[in-house]
Ligand binder design. Sequence first.
Ligand SMILES: [Cu+2]
Length: 468
Amino acid sequence: MNKRTSMLFSIAAVAVMGVTLFGSTYTQTQIAGQSLDVSKLDVDVMEKIHQMGGLQLVMPQAFAETDCGVLESSGRNVVEFNLEGYSVELPIMGGKTFNAMTFNGQVPGPTLRVTQGDVVKMTLHIPDWEVTGHGNDMHASQISAGAFESVNPGETSQYCYIAEAAGIFKYHCSGVKLVGMDQHVLSGMYGIAIVDPANGYKKLMVEKTSGSGELDRKFYSADALEFQLQYNQLYLTPEGNYDAGAMFQHHNTATVVNGMQFGYVPNMAHNLLVNGDTNKNIFVAQPWNGLENKQYQSQLMFVENDQHVRLFIENQGNEPVYFHIVGEILDRVTQGNRVQSAATETWLIGGSQGAIIDLVFDEPGVYAGVNHDYAAIYTGAASIWVAGDPFGLNPVLVEKGVIEAPVASYAYALGNPSDSVPPMGMNSIAHPAVNIHGLYTDEVASEMQENGAIPLWEVIPVVAEMLS
Ligand SMILES: [Cu+2]
């Protein structure tokens, strides 16, 4: 056992001890009675925890009020959040699949959006055909951890809480009595809750120089075009199974943004529009290129220039995210509901931590949002925004009848990828159109299509015909 793994196992042993002290029903004392230096033990502590049935929390109900009946009749706005936890096979870059675990058949799970002070009524159902139990730990709540207890296949659990703190918060599977939590989260069982501040977001102030040595302050309305990006890693064996050994050594096999490596890079439609040829790549890596990829075909994110853009960024993973946008400066960084920085080049987001980034894309162009860890960039953490009309396509698109009049961003022609668009909040600007993109099952994708999202894989051949 190497030193780092040994340290991790020590932490696991401390967790076991803590549970024992706080009234667990487990009576096996051999772990708590040993030295915490588990490297000297002849046992696999994780295996031992597994044999004990996990770290079950058996505590007196002396914590915050979680009774749904009481909170539902409290006069507060109640938002229902219904999740179903199950395993499915989903694609990875390179044409293979992996054994994913999901909330509602998508990675990440659905985004919950509420206003500070709302009551969240969370219901988790596990279908009876699912192979394992699952739980849900919502970081936006402040209730007894006992509520996050796992649910067996065929069963349903429910808890309620008041979303008291504004900000962006992770939610994630808690495994089966905490056993396998790493596997379940790193296989896809995570998502975010956005809690909008009770009084709304603040106006965005950007300092500009006047040229005569003075500073001008430009203010943008609190209303913004919003995106969500969730960073994570995959630790997989060549067969597409979760590799715990790789996780303990922090040897990830892929870096994903909203579940996919390089999910926001150009595809054949962009090649066609910019180069006049679907096969003339405009970006070095186009791994999800091709109509047969349907909802997995990569898409770009489109914004207008001089527009207030708000990004909800969450680090769901095991490695730090050094969030940076190549070609831009982060005009404002907020964590919780407090401004942490302004006019910043890069912002460090630790594991299970989020940030709300506000910015304005100053001039027409192509901008890459990255985790400025080189290992992360080259394994998938590069996502591209296109601002304005940098390729001068407006005249040709109008002439060929693809659009009626010049547009401020290509979103008006192609839409923005659905998995990057959070639900609308109190200060959201609606995206001109939304296309179907994400690590979704086919069922989820067709439901989106029924609800009006654009299946670009059907539209692109039509556009190609118009342009030819
Ligand atoms: Cu799970």
